[in-house]
Design a protein around this ligand. Sequence first.
Ligand SMILES: [Zn+2]
Length: 397
Amino acid sequence: MREDFKTATKATLAKRAGYRCSFPGCGQLTVGPGDRSDESSGTGVAAHIYSAAPGGPRGRGGLSPDELRSAENGIWLCENHGRLVDNNEGRTYPASELLGYKMLHEAKVRREHAGYGSPFGWIAAVELTHAPVIATPARIDFGQATVFLGGEGSGKTAVTEWLMGMSDAAALWRWEASRLEYSVVFHTPEEHRVDIRAIPHGGTILFVDGKKTAVRPFKFEWLRNVRKDPRFDRPASVLGRLAEHLNVTTAELRNLFGAVGEHPWSTVTRLWTETATGENDEGELLSWEQLYCDVEGTKEGLPFEALSASEQSRVLLELLLAKGELVAAFAPTMVLVEWEETSLDRGWTRHYMERLAAHRMRYQLVVITRSYCDLEWANWTRVRFVGTLHDVKIEVE
Ligand SMILES: [Zn+2]
């Protein structure tokens, strides 16, 4: 059955949107005076982000009936944009994009309402004018959850480095010898544009909103799962190695333990440490902090070292996403996950891809994969890297 919004939910959505249409660039007022002096007139519509009806075009994102009816799953639009979004059976506007529109609009309203707002940054697109590997011009649009699908060497990771290059000069080190010209379009929530022109061995020229500038003024946090580091195998405490992997201090890591397990996609329900003691080969008594984990599908309370590679990988992924959630409260954040660097099999990949795209995150998420290109990635903004080296075509679905 259809999971329609209750009247109260519609009212909440309208108020959260400041009674204005959330469609980018519209902002149409959806309330005003009525015919009689004691009447008001409303024209806005509460549209479903994930489909209200079974088999709807935007899917149900793994949400329960209650979640489909909740304000979380609604976006406030004017009548025109309400129709536009549901035209073509809603295929033109995937859920991931609507979530972005909603976040952007609510951030604007919040800022206007409070006089200031939490830090906000939303990467809308990268436009490539000249680039190695990829056929130009090309444009990549981002949703809240975006997946890069493509073979080895198709430039997926390169694009993430160019993206980071908008706020972090060091991200471009691999491209010093390349001719690279591109723009990043993003919202803070006002729309901005950074144009970057890298001259082979000649440095980089930057333009912000069309004006030449010496430095990168925008602060973005880029969180990546680091590549498997051979040093990762060296003898050290588990906590030390995890902290290194996540680029946090061990004190911060302990704080992250408290932040996992709260989400609909969580399969790691609890992480905690206890002091353990033992003897080394010389018979000396040692004590250390031992990490214990409750991970779905295996015995509760196992030490981290006793988990399988796939289970350890889930712990790492959930810690990375927990970090994303916390960091995004203070700076605009994009979490970039090289899926092949995790050890998640098809079943777990499916679990996370279904639930992550349906979840409201504070950060934008980009997953990069060559192995799971054939999976559906429903509700993700899908970007395909098609073709061979130096002539890769970008296809945004
Ligand atoms: Zn509108």
